[in-house]
Design a binder for this molecule. Structure first.
Ligand code: NZQ
Ligand code: ZN
Length: 381
């Protein structure tokens, strides 16, 4: 294990009825003016909005709505939210949604406290926010684990970059599996695949032998696969959704990352693909992962073997990657870039741009060249 400092920022309330039971008390320590942020309207249809707003108002809060946060949230949407938060003198931000709403709010929380352009501050000056509006998260679609970490992934449309930013970590997270009941099956699967990806991406970073972080990552992967299979039989299996909800938080709350470096090259490719295409995050990962893993298989054969044995019951490194590919098909996730919903036609020229702009990781089994990233993306066609 490498040296580490680990601190937990987020208090978690898990279980059916968690908002009804805990939200009023969870927000009680913060100020009166609450920004209630959500996405494109699912929370209005399924009744979550009414329930949350009612709880906040009964708790004596003045609620300001901020709606329309899109999947793959944009930097422009962050600026809109930050301007509203400043104008209304917001004391607390409550994100009600999936990873996109939560991420957007994390950056709004920081942008509302500074007149500097947060993107330039972080990406160019490598300075990070020290003051934020406190925020909390009510998760309505699981998979990213965004509710339990201080990072956010934002698309800067002007610069055509989708990148991770450092921001506010939620002070609390409400995880009620029943709140995910209305999530469409395809999003349930792509969210769960994102969770699997997070655990894999952590596991395949270079690490010393026999560290507990690797063993925990394998357990998360195995459990995610088991529960994704349960949902294939019955998409309304709420126990399986609850199990996946906690897998999601566990995979990205930092616990798997202590004492080690990570890979996350597949994520870097997918994020830049998202910048150009606005594709669904989990679906993009499903296409990229098997192809990327075939490229790096020979660089960490033993780990692929352990992964296959623990997660899919396979013997060889090659079998492990084949099993992952077969599992992706079994879940009805896309296996080719052409199957992704994209705002532009995905062409070799677009993929060259993705390869030329994506982050390159050096803590993965082998650092890739831009040409190899392009080859990987072309093999995904
Ligand atoms: O916008 P609404 O109408 O709410 O619909 C959403 C959206 O269309 C819908 N949805 C959410 N809850 C629902 C529901 N539909 C019905 N019933 C409900 N209860 O689901 C759709 C997708 O939502 P989104 O938040 O975009 O999905 P997800 O949670 O997968 O988040 C994806 C974003 O998170 C980033 C991704 O890059 C992407 O931008 N990530 C964030 C991470 C983090 N902060 O730690 C890590 C990840 O690797 C990831 O990059
Ligand atoms: Zn992810």
């Amino acid at each position: 294990m490498q040296s580490f400092v680990y601190e937990y920022a987020t208090k978690v309330y898990f279980g059916e009825g968690a908002a009804r039971e805990h939200l009023a008390q969870a927000v009680s320590g913060f100020g009166q003016n609450v920004l209630l942020a959500y996405g494109g309207g699912s929370v209005k249809k399924n009744g979550i909005y009414d329930e949350i707003k009612g709880i906040l108002e009964d708790a004596g809060k003045k609620v300001t709505d901020f709606s329309g946060i899109m999947p793959n949230p944009t930097y422009a949407k962050v600026q809109e939210g930050a301007a509203l938060a400043k104008k209304e003198g917001i004391d607390f931000i409550l994100a009600v949604g999936g990873g996109s709403v939560i991420d957007c709010c994390k950056i709004i929380a920081a942008q509302a406290k500074t007149d500097r352009d947060l993107w330039e501050m972080e990406m160019t000056d490598h300075q990070f926010p020290t003051e934020v509006i406190p925020m909390g998260a009510v998760v309505t679609a699981s998979g990213t684990g965004a509710e339990m970490n201080g990072g956010a992934v934002i698309t800067n449309e002007e610069k055509v970059i989708k990148a991770g930013m450092a921001a506010a970590a939620p002070r609390f997270a409400i995880l009620d599996p029943a709140y995910t009941a209305s999530v469409p099956a395809s999003q349930v699967m792509s969210g769960a695949f994102d969770t699997l990806s997070h655990a894999m991406e952590t596991y395949f970073g270079k690490s010393d032998q026999d560290n507990v972080s690797d063993d925990v990552a394998l357990a998360i992967m195995r459990n995610t696969v088991v529960n994704m299979r349960r949902l294939q039989k019955n998409v309304s299996d709420m126990q399986a959704r609850g199990n996946l909800m906690w897998d999601s938080a566990m995979a990205e709350n930092g616990i798997l990352k202590v004492g080690r470096v990570t890979d996350f090259q597949a994520h870097q490719m997918e994020h830049q693909l998202g910048a150009y295409t606005d594709c669904n995050h989990g679906q993009g990962l499903a296409v990229i992962h098997p192809v990327y893993y075939r490229h790096i298989l020979k660089d960490t054969r033993g780990k692929f073997q352990c992964f296959g044995k623990a997660v899919f019951g396979t013997d060889t490194a090659e079998d492990a990657v084949d099993a992952l590919g077969a599992f992706i098909m079994e879940c009805g996730l896309p296996t080719k870039l052409q199957e992704l919903k994209s705002k532009v036609e995905i062409t070799p020229e677009i993929l060259r741009k993705v390869a030329d702009t994506c982050n390159i990781i050096s803590s993965n089994p082998r650092e890739l060249s831009r040409d190899e990233i392009y080859d990987i993306l072309m093999e995904c066609m």
